[in-house]
Each structure stands twice: as structure tokens, then as C-alpha cells.
Design a protein around this ligand. Structure first.
Ligand SMILES: Nc1ncnc2c1ncn2[C@@H]1O[C@H](COP(=O)(O)OP(=O)(O)O)[C@@H](O)[C@H]1O
Ligand SMILES: [Mg+2]
Length: 262
């Protein structure tokens, strides 16, 4: 599904940690409606690039655009308000909260409790009660989308690994993102869970949310993505359709040769 409208552009990004240049003059574009992939060996700089895009860390240089409008990814809350949501390579859920509560937390950028007034919060007036009920209903719908509605009252820490990854996606969806950034969502999943994940990502994409995905599973990436960027040692070494990158000698040398059968 090609669409020329850029949802996200990164231009000439650079990030250095001491002497390590983790991101070296990287430019990528994610188009609206597309699933854009990012692959590369461990340490290539993929997560660092996500952290720059989503405002978790500041770049040394580079420009970032959302819908061709320049943004300053200094503050993760501004990034979320502008329509980017993400999941983490190392799952970051609120362990002692229920599945439903984790998704409710993801709604906070959309729920303006202050506008309902401090007094109404204290006295729990009808407005607030109605609003809370609406929010719960909406979050339950999201849990249904990811197949976790029956586990709504379970503690998130009690969930199997695959469910925790799906819950992270649900929490990200709760902010109603335009772009969903997934950092190795299939890591640690068994083959059945991977098929379910693939179906879920395809469904989210069909609902109109653009997707940027880091993944090690080459088969998953090449079967899901419209465009794939390949990183190695802080640089983009190739990009194109899955067919193009699979046959690019630089990619085979750096990555596919070692991981093609993962
Ligand atoms: N916070 C940090 N401090 C120092 N070095 C870091 C930090 N984060 C990442 N790096 C380094 O940057 C490089 C890229 O890491 P990362 O983005 O995690 O790679 P990938 O996600 O592709 O495996 C690695 O050499 C890593 O050790
Ligand atoms: Mg990583």
C-alpha cells in the first residue's frame, strides 16, 4: 500500500554516546498507511533511533518531521500528543497494575481530567463517573482488539510473555496514535504467538495506523513491511521493498547471511 504522504521523516540524525557514534547521519521516512521496517544486527543503533524519534533521548544533530512539520523530540509527552506511540524492546509495563489499568494509563494524554475540575474529582460528580465509564469501555474495546479482554483484571506481571507484549501494544493504542513504533515486538515469542502478532499488526495497519517496526525475524519483517530500512553500525546501508533488500549484497553481508534462518 504505497502512499507518498510522509508521516515521519528523520533527516541526518546523529547520536553519540561518549566515543560511540550510535547513529551516524541517519535519514529515514515512514509514509502514511505503510508498515515500515527497521532491521540490522545487534548494536546497529535501531533502538537508539527509536529513542531519538520518541523523545527519550536528545540527538546531537538532525531534524525530525511529523507530517512535514518540524518537531523537537525533546519531550516524550509532546511526541505522544503529536501522535506517536511506542512499545519497548524490554517490556515496560506497570507490573502491579491490572491489564485494564495499564491500558487506562495509556489514555492519559487523551483524558483531560483537570477540565472536569478538582472539586468534581473530590466529590466524584456525575460528569467524572460518566467519563470514567466511557474510558473503561474504550479501553475494553482496545483489549478486545489485541485479544486480552478476558484477562482484564489479571496483574500484568502474571501474564505470559506474548500477552505482555500485546498489552504494551494495547497501551500504545490507547493514545490513539497516528504512528505506532514497535521495538522488537516478536522477541521471545513462540511461532504461534508470532503468527497472532503478525495478524494483529496487519489489522492495526488496516485500521489506518502507520507502523514503524524493528524486528529481528527477517521472515516476519519481509512478509509484513512495505518498505524496509537496514542499519549497520549506526548507518542506513540499504532501503527498499522487502524484495530489493533481500537481494542487496551489502545487506546479505552485514545481516541476512547470519540471520536468514532465524
Ligand atoms: N544509553 C547508552 N549509553 C551508551 N551507549 C549506548 C546507550 N544506548 C545505546 N548505546 C550503544 O549504542 C549502540 C547502538 O545500540 P542500540 O541502539 O541499542 O542497538 P540495536 O537496538 O540496534 O541493537 C551500541 O553500541 C550500544 O552499546
Ligand atoms: Mg534494540
Amino acid at each position: 500500500m504505497q502512499n507518498n504522504k510522509n508521516i515521519l521523516s528523520v533527516k541526518n540524525a546523529k547520536k553519540q554516546f561518549g566515543g560511540v557514534v550510535a547513529i551516524n547521519d541517519v535519514s529515514i521516512t515512514a509514509s502514511k498507511g505503510n508498515i515500515t521496517g527497521l532491521i540490522g544486527p545487534n548494536g546497529a543503533g535501531k533502538t537508539t533511533l527509536f529513542n531519538l524519534i520518541t523523545g527519550l533521548i536528545a540527538p546531537n544533530s538532525g531534524e525530525f518531521f511529523l507530517f512535514d512539520k518540524k518537531y523537537s523530540p525533546k519531550n516524550i509527552h509532546n511526541v505522544v500528543e503529536n501522535g506517536i506511540a511506542r512499545t519497548f524492546q524490554n517490556i515496560r509495563l506497570f507490573n502491579k497494575m491490572s491489564v485494564l489499568e495499564n491500558v487506562l494509563v495509556g489514555r492519559h494524554v487523551k483524558t483531560d481530567c483537570w477540565s472536569l475540575g478538582i472539586l468534581s474529582s473530590i466529590f466524584k460528580n456525575r460528569n467524572l463517573i460518566t467519563k470514567e465509564a466511557e474510558e473503561r469501555k474504550l479501553c475494553m474495546k482496545i483489549l478486545e482488539r489485541v485479544g486480552l479482554s478476558e484477562k482484564k483484571f489479571n496483574l500484568s506481571e502474571s501474564l505470559p510473555y506474548g500477552d505482555q507484549r500485546r498489552l504494551e501494544i494495547a497501551r500504545a493504542l490507547a493514545s490513539e496514535p497516528l504512528l505506532l513504533a514497535l521495538d522488537e515486538p516478536a522477541a521471545g515469542m513462540n511461532p504461534t504467538e508470532k503468527v497472532e502478532l503478525k495478524n494483529l499488526i496487519t489489522q492495526i495497519s488496516k485500521e489506518g495506523i502507520s507502523i514503524l517496526i524493528i524486528e529481528h525475524d527477517v521472515k516476519l519483517i519481509t512478509s509484513l513491511c512495505d518498505i524496509v530500512y537496514v542499519m549497520d553500525r549506526g548507518k542506513i546501508i540499504s532501503h527498499g521493498t522487502p524484495g530489493v533488500i533481500k537481494n542487496d549484497q551489502a545487506v546479505i553481508n552485514a545481516y541476512l547471511g547470519k540471520n536468514a534462518n532465524d
